[in-house]
Write a protein that binds this ligand. Structure first.
Ligand code: NAD
Ligand code: IPM
Ligand code: MN
Length: 352
């Protein structure tokens, strides 16, 4: 089947710094008989400011021909007058997710022995936290289905309409149930059915229908606001959370923050039907506040590379990365902060 063909989009801010470390780790762990051929695509703020291009169609088609995509982060400096808000987020990141039909946005969260967490002693004493968020990736309020009237006047009206199709909800809910079956068999639907009654009804009905096919999985429902409470007071109760695109975005930043921090939060944008390449990236963004200083934690990018290997059927290598990260974090407990490349080197060394 030839070497693993990887499209690499380092992107903006800390994106290139953390992606370099993820690639280093991949090079160390992918067996020589498989091989790895990365192709780098310089897309993002710098490329846009220099060329006016965000994601030209031929580049998208080239990216599509790879086995998987490794992405760093997308987003320029806030307030840059030459960068319209959302231009890169929509035109590059979301375009890739939508065009490649990444309907499963998989975001695991767990506590790591030796890694500090802002959770209270009392909460941590209840045991390890280990859950995944299955965030819908192609619909919700992200579709750009909205508009504005009378812009700039006191009578301005702006809408962002959330799109929820039975097709789109069912496929991601089915995926979440399948994952729950292979885990602790507990699925929580997170939504706001008490207010968003139209969208809520689709999510509720389809979850109940699919639940009937999975008597092994215990199903729970929680409003998204209350979920914020439980993530902080009782995160051990979660195994698989399934939710829409925007709720999932918000839930997963908190999930990262209460476990090991956003520097450890990995994600996969997965096309579970394998009709196009899936894309793996940290949950965090380009972090312009710390970019270029070699202080970003590359662990989230490295764990995203592990999710990538799992997806391309190299589960032993994926598990090896996870173990190396665990060992690295355990060894570092209480130690001084390391530079980005030092962390990547330490994890790669454990694997070679
Ligand atoms: P952010 O995730 O970039 O940063 C939030 C905070 O977390 C900052 O204080 C940052 O320094 C810190 N942080 C993030 N990653 C870290 C790491 N690896 N190690 C240590 N600290 C880390 O979120 P933001 O500031 O809201 O967004 C900045 C830009 O990134 C925006 O343009 C946004 O649109 C974009 N963004 C892109 C993605 C993506 O590409 N997937 C995700 C989120 C935000
Ligand atoms: C993320 C980011 C993106 C999202 C933005 C940058 C479009 O916040 O990957 O979590 O909202 O999905
Ligand atoms: Mn986000």
């Amino acid at each position: 089947s030839g070497p693993l063909r990887l499209a690499v989009v380092p992107g903006d801010g800390i994106g290139p710094e953390v992606t370099a470390e993820a690639l280093k780790v991949l090079q160390a762990v992918v067996p020589a008989e498989v091989g790895l051929t990365p192709t780098r695509y310089d897309l993002g703020a710098e490329h846009y400011l220099a060329t006016g291009e965000v994601l030209p169609d031929p580049v998208l088609e080239e990216i599509r021909s790879h086995d998987a995509i490794l992405l760093g982060a997308v987003g320029g400096k806030p307030g840059d007058p030459n960068l319209p808000p959302g231009l890169l987020e929509r035109g590059l990141l979301l375009r890739l997710r939508f065009e490649l039909d990444h309907y499963v946005n998989l975001r695991p969260s767990r506590t790591y022995p030796g890694t500090p967490s802002p959770l209270s002693e009392e909460v941590l004493a209840k045991g390890d936290v280990d859950f995944i968020v299955v965030r819908e990736g192609t619909e919700g309020p992200y579709t750009g289905n909205g508009g504005a009237l009378r812009v700039g006047t006191p009578a301005e009206v702006a809408t962002e309409v959330s799109v929820n199709t039975a097709y789109g909800v069912e496929r991601v809910v089915r995926h979440a149930f399948a994952r729950a079956s292979g885990r602790r068999k507990r699925l929580t639907l997170v939504h706001k059915t008490n207010v968003l009654t139209h969208a809520g009804a689709v999510w509720w009905r389809i979850t109940q229908e699919v639940a009937a096919e999975h008597p092994d999985v215990e199903v729970d429902y929680m409003h998204v606001d209350a979920t914020m409470i439980h993530l902080v007071t009782d995160p051990q109760r979660f195994d698989v959370i399934v939710t829409d695109n925007l709720f999932g975005d918000i839930v997963t930043d908190l999930a990262g923050a209460v476990t090991g921090g956003i520097g450890l939060s990995a994600s996969g944008n997965i096309n579970a039907d394998r009709t196009s390449p899936s894309m793996f990236e940290p949950v965090h963004g380009s972090a312009p506040d710390i970019a270029g200083q070699q202080v970003a934690d590359p662990t989230a990018a490295i764990l995203s590379a592990a999710l990538l290997l799992e997806h391309v059927d190299l589960p032993a290598q994926a598990a090896a990365i996870e173990q190396a990260v665990l060992d690295d974090l355990a060894e570092q407990a209480g130690a001084a902060r390391r530079r980005t490349a030092e962390i990547g080197d330490a994890i790669a060394t454990r694997l070679s």
